[in-house]
Design a protein around this ligand. Structure first.
Ligand code: PMP
Length: 305
């Protein structure tokens, strides 16, 4: 659940949590025209630090470009604001949610794009899929909802409206008794889970779907690819079918909220290693240390508050 942290930054000022409101006639609510980010801060030996903050804010700017909005605040400015927000909330770890949306003032389906507004909130957020999934692996089911495609809603931009697609799949998976949905492209390739990228491990190598398979190019995905290659593990960005996942030695999800989570089964077929396989464990352990600033080589990914 959402735990209030006292203040939210909105368009240049810090406002009280309960005052962080928008008008019910914002077109972003009606048509889903908005873009956002999900970012994690971790406790380190030098206080709270935000993981890959600038990369996330750059992706926010990229998403805004796709949706023809000018956030009006640079990546540098939003970096400083995010760190100040973290200091004001007193969080030592947690989740940051910047959003660019449209203000009040027009109501057609082609909204007035010069009314872009920006807000950033932060709150504590523990494990996304739960402790059992973290330890024993999550149970995935292929959704009958196709992942947004390049001909409908651009998969590369993290847009608010795009998430009805993820939410339909996620809600369906939960109601069917699974932890998360796996979404396919129109050609039957695996794209990703509802809010996380997927990796398969086979014969000691990693395979993850390429950008062309309608994924959101995750920063955790990019982090894990970098860490794996630095460890000498081969990584292929290559299309995957669901049956290749059925016969994988290991599989795992990556995402800011999800972090690195082993996959226990796909469509009730247990992944071979069962629980958390050795390569998944190795990568999860380095990731855990890297985000907490315990690996000097990757300290440049941290922005200290
Ligand atoms: N895919 C989708 C649809 C997501 O919402 C997310 C979470 N942002 C991801 C993948 C993972 O991306 P990241 O590692 O940048 O959080």
């Amino acid at each position: 659940e959402l735990i209030p942290t006292g203040t939210v930054w909105m368009d240049g000022e810090f406002v009280a949590w309960d005052q962080a409101q928008v008008h019910v006639l914002t077109p972003s609510l009606h048509y889903g025209w908005g873009v956002y980010e999900g970012i994690r801060a971790y406790a380190t030996d030098r206080g709270p630090a935000v993981f890959r903050l600038r990369d996330h804010l750059r992706r926010l700017h990229d998403s805004a470009r796709v949706y023809l909005m000018d956030p009006g605040w640079s990546v540098d400015e939003l970096t400083e604001i995010s760190l100040e927000l973290l200091r004001r909330t007193g969080l030592d770890s947690g989740y940051l949610r910047p959003i660019v949306y449209l203000g009040y003032g027009s109501m057609g389906v082609a909204p007035a794009l010069d009314t872009a507004r920006v807000a950033i909130a932060a709150w504590p957020w523990g494990s996304y899929l739960g402790a059992t999934a973290d330890q024993e692996g999550c149970r995935l089911v292929v959704s009958s909802w196709q992942r947004n495609g390049v001909h409908s809603v651009p998969p590369l931009a993290k847009a608010t409206g795009a998430y009805v697609n993820s939410a339909l799949a996620k809600v369906g998976a939960l109601r069917a008794g699974y932890d998360d949905a796996l979404m396919l492209t129109s050609t039957g390739h695996v794209a990703e889970a509802s809010a996380a990228n997927i990796f398969a491990v086979r014969d000691g190598e990693l395979i993850t779907p390429p950008v062309g398979d309608n994924i959101l190019p995750g920063l955790t995905r990019d982090t894990v690819i970098t860490l794996a290659r630095d460890l000498g593990i081969t990584v292929r960005e290559q299309s995957l079918t669901r049956s290749e996942l059925y016969v994988a030695d290991e599989a795992f999800l990556t995402g800011t909220a999800a972090e690195v989570v082993p996959v226990a089964s796909v469509d009730d077929r247990p992944v071979a290693a069962g629980g958390c396989g050795p390569i998944t464990k190795q990568l999860r352990d380095v990731f855990h240390d890297v985000v907490r600033g315990r690996e000097p080589t990757y300290r440049h990914w941290l922005e200290f508050a």
